[in-house]
Design a protein around this ligand. Sequence first.
Ligand SMILES: C[S@@+](CC[C@H](N)C(=O)[O-])C[C@H]1O[C@@H](n2cnc3c(N)ncnc32)[C@H](O)[C@@H]1O
Length: 246
Amino acid sequence: MKEVTKFYKRFLFNFKKKINLDTEVIDDTPLDVLFNHFGTDKGTEVVNPYSLNSKEVHGHGFAKFYEEELRYYKNKKLNILEIGTWEGASSAAFVNYFPNAIIYCIDKNFRFKFKSKRINFLNCDINNKRDMDRFSSKFHNIKFKIIIDDASHILSDMIKSLKSFFKQLDSDGIFVIEDFNAPVYFDVLNDVKGEELLINDLLTNIKKKKNLSPIFYLIVIKNIYLKIFRMLKFLKERQKFRILLS
Ligand SMILES: C[S@@+](CC[C@H](N)C(=O)[O-])C[C@H]1O[C@@H](n2cnc3c(N)ncnc32)[C@H](O)[C@@H]1O
């Protein structure tokens, strides 16, 4: 029955009118302005996107972090995966911020309201095996430079995302888990007490290299690789600089 309903929802979704991002290209705009423009709470001044009645203006102010960490990739040809897109506001901002990126968007609901030649939306619940098989059969050979988990912020879901998608992260890629400490503050989000490490403890263990399963050793290796990669780039840039100066 659930599958029939989903089939029906997918059918309706395909016919739903969407906002075409390819007709309005916003060049060289700071990420926070884009976040606010499209209305994701990653911005600083956004009307609560999850409530129809609220006029409350707020925002997490994540653009600073994203620009610092991701500026390096801005004009590169790359694939981005966003897990948990709601209506697609942050994906729309990323389409504009990364002019050469293809954004893969997954969400368990059908609220996505944008379209672009550079957006691939897939309705997918990461806890549904059929959905995840569909994701794999469509995208298993895609490597992502950036993966952002902004889905439920439930600990088991964050771990699930890491385990499912980390293998598709490029060797010099970045895996972002938004609000990774939410299960520390909200007990209801820590649904696997004692069975899984909190992300914070996981990061501490990665630093201390203790109690890690193979997938998390992969994280360590990729992080080291990333640092070396950046260092090499930095040295090259310095060399160029020296040549210019001499
Ligand atoms: C915080 S909202 C995403 C906001 C969006 N990234 C933005 O910045 O505008 C969280 C989204 O995660 C989705 N989500 C929650 N659990 C999920 C799951 N198990 N699989 C896929 N999506 C999920 C919800 O449907 C919701 O749309």
